[in-house]
Design a protein around this ligand. Structure first.
Ligand code: AMP
Length: 283
């Protein structure tokens, strides 16, 4: 496994790999890797990638001024061992100064999906994401890239960006990997105390309950579903940021379920100081 720190060096590696007929799969991450990230590597391989690049970069421009950039968990040795065990070909771990020459006066922005859900409380977040992902695409030159359904809105925005800007890259979304107790895996789960972790299970449990309710009663009103999730989370001491019924492809909020449509319920809620997101597909 190679560890590459510079954009130029990664581009050279990628061009060489392409000349040798390799199919490059990119898995963008912010590190502090867990089994959710590992499943993205497996998904890249299952979709034909035979040269896997995992990027590990805590991207400063996707954090707001009062967010957790400085204290975001980092453990490069742990990440390196996990990637090595998964037979990753390259870890790309650039310095902030290499990714962002100053002054940075260009960015990539999606203007519609990015305004909803997480975009309402994190107004600059998705512009940071689309900018860094574009830069990673142009550094790793992948044939395919894998994103987690855990960040369903992010995946929808990347799909839209790739469509609108003609990136010649196949975007694959991989399912949410959960702890045995149901909590969606996340690097930020490290912030939760044992008690907060226990209470935060209200998120996944109420989402699974909503899934079951829709199966039994497909005519149910969105407000009723959302109300049940809200009261379960609030009863557990969580503070809801949003609970929305969305179209699964675009992640744009919908008033009601469309018969035969594909819908996802997306939640963001805080337990203590930790903001968690999760979602389930309904049909
Ligand atoms: P992060 O390092 O949290 O920025 O996540 C990097 C990638 O891993 C994103 O595409 C996430 O959606 C994905 N990811 C994070 N947690 C999970 C999970 N529990 N299951 C599946 N994918 C995940």
């Amino acid at each position: 496994m190679q560890i590459i720190h510079s954009v130029k060096e990664l581009q050279q590696w990628a061009k060489e790999a392409r000349r040798n007929g390799k199919t490059i799969g990119l898995v963008p991450t912010m590190g502090f890797l867990h089994d959710g990230h590992m499943s993205l590597i497996d998904t890249a391989r299952a979709n034909g990638a035979n040269a896997i690049v995992v990027s590990i970069f805590v991207n400063p421009i996707q954090f707001g001024p009062n967010e957790d950039f400085d204290r975001y968990p980092r453990d490069f040795e742990h990440d390196r061992a996990m990637c090595e065990a998964r037979k990753v070909d390259v870890i790309f771990a650039p310095a902030v100064s290499d990714m962002y020459p100053q002054p940075l006066t260009c960015h990539v922005a999606e203007t519609t999906i990015s305004q909803k859900l997480c975009g309402r409380t994190r107004p600059t977040h998705f512009q940071g994401v689309t900018t860094v992902v574009s830069k990673l695409f142009l550094a790793a030159l992948p044939d395919l890239a894998v994103f987690g359904q855990k960040d369903a809105q992010q995946a929808a925005i990347i799909r839209r960006m790739v469509r609108d800007l003609n990136f010649p890259i196949t975007i694959i979304t991989a399912p949410i990997i959960r702890e045995a107790d149901g909590l969606a895996m996340s690097s930020r789960n490290k912030y939760l105390s044992a008690d907060e972790h226990q209470r935060a299970l209200a998120i996944s449990r109420s989402l699974f309950a909503a899934q079951k309710t829709v199966k039994e009663n497909p005519e149910i009103k969105a407000a009723e579903l959302i109300g049940a999730i809200r009261s379960a989370i609030e009863k557990a001491g969580g503070v809801v940021d949003y609970i929305e019924l969305t179209d699964s492809e675009t992640m744009i909020p919908q008033e009601e379920m469309v018969p035969g449509g594909h819908h996802t319920i997306a939640v963001a809620a805080k337990f203590g100081a930790t903001r968690l997101i999760d979602n389930v597909q309904l049909n």
